[in-house]
Design a protein around this ligand. Sequence first.
Ligand SMILES: [Mn+2]
Length: 361
Amino acid sequence: MLSFKWQSILLLIHVLLNLTLSTRPPHVNLLANLITKRKSSMIKQMNDTNEVVVFGHRNPDTDSVVSALVFADFLRRIKVNAKAYRLNDLDNETKFVLKTAGIEQPDMLPDNLPNGTKVALIDHNESQQSMENLKNMRVTYVIDHHKLGDLTTPEPVFLLFEPVGCAATLITKLYIDNQLDITQQIAILIVSAIISDTLHFRLPTTTDKDRSIVNYLLPIAKIDNAAVYANQMFEAISDLSGFSLRQILRVGFKIFLFNDQQWGVSFLYTIYPNRILESKEGLLQEMVDEKKKSNLTGILFSVVDIVKEQNYMFIIGELEHTVVREAFKVNIERQVAHLGRRMSRKKDIIPCLEAYFKTNH
Ligand SMILES: [Mn+2]
């Protein structure tokens, strides 16, 4: 065992190292490795042989599926038994990405998980976006890049939160810190998740960390042209052939709590917005039905044009009209609010709604 004094010295060296990452002399690397190894065994100690059940949010997008797969892989690499699951059907972009990487779809989360099962929440932390019966599970890990919600735990938990563009960015750091090499398959998954969540660096949530991890992994993924690959992904997410209007509304559907009221805020990213706008009347009716069925206080649905970078939000009802008009200071014409370049739900929409509800309740 190292004495407290030595631990403090090592910690200080670690901090200094992070400030001068690029030019480490070899003996300092040794010390850094020592600290990194201690970090990894710390993660491991929190587990025994039971399987950790790893999953992303409901109505999964590419990041929430892929980051669950990647984190389960990371846990297995540090000898923690883990398996990734999904909470719903996958969208066409995620299917395209898994096919490109040659990886099977994760199984659907069984609805009879025994109480006390260890779970890892990926790409979400709010209970209304998670599995049913979450309150009876043992939340062991949470890796997320969204705002904090209602989560509480009775025991200590491994938390990894950072305001980056993608949850997969954070998991990549775990591989690097633990000096695990990243396979081509895992690299494809991570690059795809970051491209998907940041719309290939278009969204304001994008950070330099997301960019540098993509640049680092592209050669390992053997993706020659990131822009071409990103366009293939956007073609896939825009392919809604065979989808009912309800399914279109549900693709990017998430529930948020404002003043303890449930609001559905759906986001659909597409390179063919006109195809969706043509079905406006039908979609507005679906929103009315969904609001009633899911007992929501309000419901909003944004169609986001990836190419022109514009957000068109569909509005039903008196309450939604008032909230959107006041929160975003925009006019609503024929039940559509033109929100301009507010393309990120996380950064451009939810904070404005939070601010509105804070002063109006
Ligand atoms: Mn995400």
